[in-house]
Design a protein around this ligand. Structure first.
Ligand SMILES: C[S@@+](CC[C@H](N)C(=O)[O-])C[C@H]1O[C@@H](n2cnc3c(N)ncnc32)[C@H](O)[C@@H]1O
Length: 391
């Protein structure tokens, strides 16, 4: 595909995302119906779509759109975002072949851009970010407008981080040790084709954000413990806990299909993870980790459409669910055991406020530790951890 044809494909995908379809789904559907597109084309289209979603409001403004989302025209947004990247719009919007039709002059509308629009966030969310993050609101929202770095987690059950760095260098992959977590390596070159590397196929590392790695490293000692991951999803945290030396790791998810990759991932890492459909049957556990469904506001660089889909109503629904899941986790842990409540959100209503409310309402539960990190430019995503002790 020519650069212009990639932009046209990205406009079509973005248009579908703006109509309410999740970005991953829209890209998958486009990929299936575009057999002619090679892997570089697919990656380029994805990058265009995600770049536009991270900067939807400033992109729309630069593309001449005054009222978001009422007039949200994917073609104008894409033009505005590309303009901000210094692209040659005349060359890309050439009308030649499969490239988009030529643009009229692209210029911002009259008037001024609101602060929320400048920071590429909805108006109602800016208020919450400012209240919860104070002086960190601007740097965090600014960081969320850019691509996230790629981090690898050394599977320290198999190899040290230093030794992995050497293996990767021999495979042509340059990394630096990242201070965020003792297992983290940050990629300094391109991220394409990483999972084809022998070191990955041999289970020496996994892709995992450094903040997520730091959060697992911060959990209490789990040597020899029976640990349940109650919201296991694809098993990122469960795998990291197995590598930390838990004696048995169990995984559960309300949507069992989300755990489909766990057998393959654990076999590759040479660790054992047992899936449970009803954890209550084999409770109590020494520890229960709850990586609850959340707004994902700490990782909106990786799923930027979620930033625009979140509503106040959905946020409230999430907090109700988070409270419910945490209480279920408490019922599954033995007296003396611990619960790791975690999110990839930076919003207080999903983090400390949930854990504090549960602690305040249950005399058997105490807050033992609290840790969080914020998304930073060139750094990790945002996470929260509250460790609660039972009895
Ligand atoms: C943040 S994701 C988990 C990510 C995963 N721990 C990882 O590190 O890869 C949250 C998961 O919670 C699951 N979930 C949602 N409601 C749940 C519930 N009531 N009980 C258990 N899991 C639930 C979702 O299906 C989703 O897979």
């Amino acid at each position: 595909m020519t650069p212009g044809a990639r932009v046209q494909a990205a406009i079509e995908v973005l248009d579908i995302v703006l109509s309410g379809v999740a970005a991953e789904r829209a890209l998958t559907t486009w990929g299936r119906s575009s057999r002619y597109a090679g892997s570089k084309d697919r990656a380029a289209v994805r990058d265009h779509v995600f770049d536009a979603l991270r900067r939807l409001r400033t992109g729309a403004w630069a593309g001449g759109i005054a009222h978001m989302p009422k007039e949200c025209d994917a073609r104008a947004v894409m033009a505005g975002v590309l303009l901000g990247q210094g692209a040659d719009l005349g060359a890309l919007f050439s009308g030649q072949g499969h490239a988009p039709a030529p643009l009229e002059e692209v210029s911002p509308p009259d008037g001024t851009l609101s602060r929320a629009a400048q920071l590429d966030i909805s108006d109602w969310l800016l208020e919450i970010f400012e209240r919860d993050l104070g002086e960190n609101a601007d740097p965090v929202l600014t960081a969320l407008r850019d691509r996230a770095p790629v981090f690898l987690r050394a599977n320290t059950a198999r190899i040290s981080r230093d030794a992995l760095q050497t293996v990767l260098a021999d495979e042509g992959v340059e990394t630096v040790l990242d201070d965020t977590a003792p297992t983290a390596l940050r990629l300094t070159g391109p991220a394409r084709g990483l999972t084809n590397l022998p070191s990955f196929q041999d289970g020496l590392w996994e892709l995992q954000d450094a903040g997520s790695q730091a959060l697992v490293a911060r959990l209490p000692d789990m040597e020899g413990a029976r640990v349940l991951d109650l919201c296991a999803g694809g098993g990122g945290k469960a795998l990291a806990m197995a590598a930390r030396g838990a004696a048995s790791v169990f995984a559960h998810d309300v949507d069992a299909a989300r755990m489909r990759d766990i057998p393959m991932r654990s076999a590759r890492a040479d660790v054992e993870i047992t899936q449970l459909s009803t954890p209550e049957d084999v409770a109590p556990f020494d520890a229960v980790v709850v990586d609850v469904p959340c707004s994902g506001s700490g990782s909106w660089r990786r799923a930027p459409d979620a930033k625009w889909r979140l509503t106040q109503g959905r946020l409230t629904e999430l907090t109700v669910l988070q409270d419910e899941i945490l209480r279920r986790a408490i019922a599954l842990v033995r007296p003396g055991g611990w619960i790791g409540y975690m999110t990839c959100s930076v919003l207080a209503c999903e983090n400390a406020e949930i854990a504090d409310r549960v602690v305040a309402s249950d005399p058997d539960i105490t807050l033992e530790d609290r840790w969080s990190c914020l998304p930073t430019a060139g750094g990790c995503d945002g996470f929260h951890l509250s460790v609660l002790r039972h009895g």
